[in-house]
Design a protein around this ligand. Structure first.
Ligand SMILES: [Zn+2]
Length: 399
């Protein structure tokens, strides 16, 4: 990534393409074909050739896909020098983003447009792991379901037993100094891996014996990491092996952390609801209304909300009717939609489609940059949310 951001084209000839999951690839190819036509008017021979070559390469790549990938696709393509000016070759970088691309973007510029992708990578929840004892340490990262060992450090500190003839006090003092130097070194590596190169939301620390506690108490780590320590575990090993043990334990910690977040959200909603003029809304209708007006900041939806969003499009005139109904009413509602004449042209021919209501909420929320938080039913708060119909919103302002 950082390697790409330094790349510069000689002219306006580097292509950035962001394709959302719902965009059909043949439409994208058609749009690129238009760009190809426009590019033939570029005055500079070298820029024109580079842009046209990059467009051809991008179209060829897109044709390899049967459909748009699940999260969409991001492509960077352009002529980059391999060995000084004149040595340009067309490179193509293809990225499968960690979450869905929101908006279609095509840019031809003297640099690649990486900001959108960078934001997407940053927003993914990332947890740092540190496994340490007096001999070795390792730093790891959990991002979604991926686990990666990022760095390993060995201490070089001598064992606890001194060589014959050495004074006990002198030996202890030396060992102490070596350890302190090692802790500083570990801290530098951890700070670099978890603060400079990634943004982590939590840190889990483990290792055999007391080294990890001494390390944490000694405040060697950057304060931003110290205040997000989620848990400290005893493990049998330190280093790479210890990290694997921490990954197993982390799953429980993360579940607990999520549960606490959910409780906080629901309690905030309950407080608002119990205040006159509080910043809250509930029921399917009022929450959708708040989303459409842009006043919803966070939507809370129960994981068991079994609703559907249904859409009937008139085959004659395209007039669209949308309804949200409990899943159990699906057949009944479909009949009703099919037997009601089109408001616009009176026709009775419809194309009916449906999607999960939570997915529909997420789409609506994206439009007004609101968050959707799916609340599990495991907690008392989850049950409270259900008693409010399973869907609620925290508002930015009262409408
Ligand atoms: Zn109609």
């Amino acid at each position: 990534m950082s390697e790409l951001s330094e790349k510069k084209g000689r002219g306006t000839e580097l292509i950035s393409l962001y394709i959302p999951p719902k965009k059909a690839l043949h439409e994208v190819i058609a749009a690129l074909r238009d760009e190809y036509g426009t590019a033939s008017n570029i005055k500079s021979d070298s820029t024109r050739n580079h842009v046209m070559d990059a467009l051809v390469k991008t179209m060829q790549r897109l044709k390899l896909y049967k459909a748009t990938p699940e999260n969409g696709l991001v492509i960077f393509c352009g002529a980059l020098p391999t060995n000084g000016p004149g040595s340009e070759t067309i490179f193509l970088y293809e990225v499968f983003p960690p979450k869905p691309v929101q908006t279609y973007l095509y840019r031809c510029d003297d640099h690649f447009h990486l900001d959108i992708l960078k934001d997407m990578l940053k927003e993914e929840k990332t947890i740092g792991l540190l496994s340490i004892d007096a001999t070795e340490a390792a730093v790891g990262i959990i991002a979604g379901s991926r686990f990666e060992v990022v760095d390993e450090i060995t201490s070089g500190v001598s064992g606890k037993h001194r060589a014959g003839g050495q004074s006990a006090r002198r030996f202890e003092r030396l060992r102490e100094m070596e350890l302190t130097e090692y802790y500083h070194r570990v801290a530098r590596h951890v700070n670099k891996a978890l603060l400079e190169e990634k943004t982590v939301q939590g840190l889990i620390v483990g290792g055999p014996g007391g080294t990890k506690d001494t390390f944490l108490k000694g405040e060697f780590l950057d304060y931003r990491l110290r205040r997000i320590v989620l848990a400290v575990f005893d493990t049998s090993y330190a280093g790479r092996e210890g990290l694997r043990e921490l990954v197993d334990k982390a799953a429980d910690v993360l579940q607990d952390v999520r549960l606490i977040e959910e409780k906080k959200l629901v309690n905030r909603f309950l407080r608002e609801v119990n205040t006159s003029n509080g910043l809250a809304a509930y029921s399917v209708k009022d929450v959708l209304d708040a989303l459409q007006k842009g006043s919803a900041e966070t939507v809370l939806v129960s994981e068991d909300l079994e609703w559907l969003h249904m859409k009937a499009v008139c085959s004659k005139c395209g007039f669209t009717r949308e309804v949200n109904v409990p899943r159990v009413n699906y057949i009944q509602e479909k009949q009703r939609l099919l037997s009601t004449p089109c408001d616009n042209c009176g026709s009775l021919e419809y194309e009916v489609s449906e999607m999960d209501f939570i997915e529909y909420l997420e789409d609506q929320a994206n439009i007004s940059s609101a968050n959707v938080e799916v609340i599990s039913s495991r907690s008392e708060e989850g049950a409270m949310l259900k008693s409010f119909g399973g869907v609620a919103a925290l508002l930015r302002y009262k409408v």
